[in-house]
Design a binder for this molecule. Structure first.
Ligand SMILES: C=C(O[C@@H]1C=C(C(=O)O)C=C[C@H]1O)C(=O)O
Length: 362
């Protein structure tokens, strides 16, 4: 296991990050000072938005349209921070970006999917981040390769970054689908189950590629107990120069957030221990099931000894058929499906045959 155990929960990163979900929002790409400030001012009115994201260096669009205006934009972002109190977050793809962001007091950095896909770039970024006390979020790589994602997280963590989160933005599809990226939820679930302490953010905008799916994807992320959402917004989305279809206005974002159901995660949240009582019952039933199965296998072994002495075959199909029929009938009367009981008994029978085989070959 890696050292990701030292990852800190997001509510300890900054005092402001005390809500759930934590919402990160802002324009896909910075177009002008007016666009940046107006979007931030509107977002400030949306309660759950705590972090203002801005694409400063967006290779596909920004340099083509605006040239490298990184310095100007970083100064505008500082203004956003002072005026609105929102935390600021910028994508970095090179050591130069890291250095500029840190010099201009950007609060949080993120590493994009293309960069995560390239271990050489990650290595360079890790060197640049060595000893820097800045939170870093890391998007999944373009292709659904969990090891590439883990490799990037580990490298950045080894550089001394413990305020770290993963961002799930879906994976590049090789054919046309209804969503822009394929979510492949099993990958962030697997990451979370390997690294319990690693905060996880979902990026519904990039998964959806279209406004209409954002609500449903956000809900799914919350139901999977993710810590936050990163959703693109623009004060005039219809005029956005990048990611037009998926960009929400701050008011639309507010509506999406209001429609989300934030379910409880633990018994502590529930304030009573009803769930714990149910779980105790399940634990006790499970223990009985296992004990009974062990008891059954002991009898099976004795029958094995008997068959060995009497020179009988292990497999007795007629008897097995009766066992199955009786079991299915009883199961049905108690509300268990025929398929389930049959599968369960088949597994038990298979193990019984193995046990008797061992006895015979002793
Ligand atoms: C236990 C026996 O051996 C085998 C295992 C069975 C079982 O697990 O119920 C049933 C029939 C046999 O194929 C037996 O013959 O009774």
């Amino acid at each position: 296991m890696s050292g990701l155990e030292n990852c800190k929960p997001m509510n300890t990163w900054f005092k402001k990050l005390d809500t759930r979900p934590i919402v990160i929002s802002g324009p896909s790409v910075v177009e002008s000072e007016e666009q940046l400030l107006n979007t931030a001012r509107e977002l400030k009115k949306v309660d759950q938005v705590k972090i203002f994201r801005a694409g400063v260096w967006k290779p596909q669009t920004a340099t083509k349209t605006f040239g490298d205006r990184g310095l100007d934009i970083l100064q505008w972002l500082n203004q956003v921070k002072q005026e609105t109190g929102l935390l600021t977050m910028v994508e970095v793809a090179s050591p130069k970006h890291v250095e500029m962001c840190l010099r201009h007091n950007v609060d949080i950095l993120w590493i994009g999917a293309r960069t995560t896909s390239n271990p050489f770039s990650i290595q360079e970024l890790a060197s640049a981040l060595q000893g820097m006390n800045v939170p870093v979020m890391i998007k999944n790589p373009l292709n659904p390769d969990i090891n590439l994602w883990i490799g990037a997280l580990e490298q950045i963590n080894k550089a001394g970054i413990s305020r770290m989160a993963a961002i799930h933005c879906g994976f590049y599809p090789f054919e046309q689908t209804s969503l822009r990226n394929i979510p492949k939820w099993e990958i962030p679930i697997e990451l979370k189950s390997r690294f319990h302490n690693l905060p996880m953010i979902c990026d519904p905008s990039h998964i959806a590629g279209d406004k209409q799916h954002i609500q449903q994807i956000s809900q799914k992320a919350l139901d999977l107990n993710m810590d936050g959402l990163m959703i693109e917004s623009h004060f005039k989305p219809e005029e956005a120069l990048s990611e037009l279809e998926e960009t929400l206005s701050p008011a639309e974002l507010d509506e999406v957030l209001r429609g989300l159901v934030c379910r409880l995660n633990s018994i502590d949240d529930l304030g009573e221990n009803q769930l714990e009582q149910y779980r105790n019952q399940i634990d006790s039933v499970d223990a009985q099931l296992i004990e009974l199965l062990a008891q059954r296998m002991n009898i099976v072994e004795e029958i094995g000894e008997y068959k060995s002495q009497k020179n009988m075959t292990i497999l007795q199909l007629e008897r097995w058929e009766k066992v199955r029929e009786k079991g299915v009938e009883l199961g049905k009367s108690l509300g268990l499906s025929e398929k389930f009981t049959t599968q369960l008994l088949r597994m038990i029978h298979k193990e019984a045959i193995l046990k008797q085989n061992k006895v015979m070959n002793r």
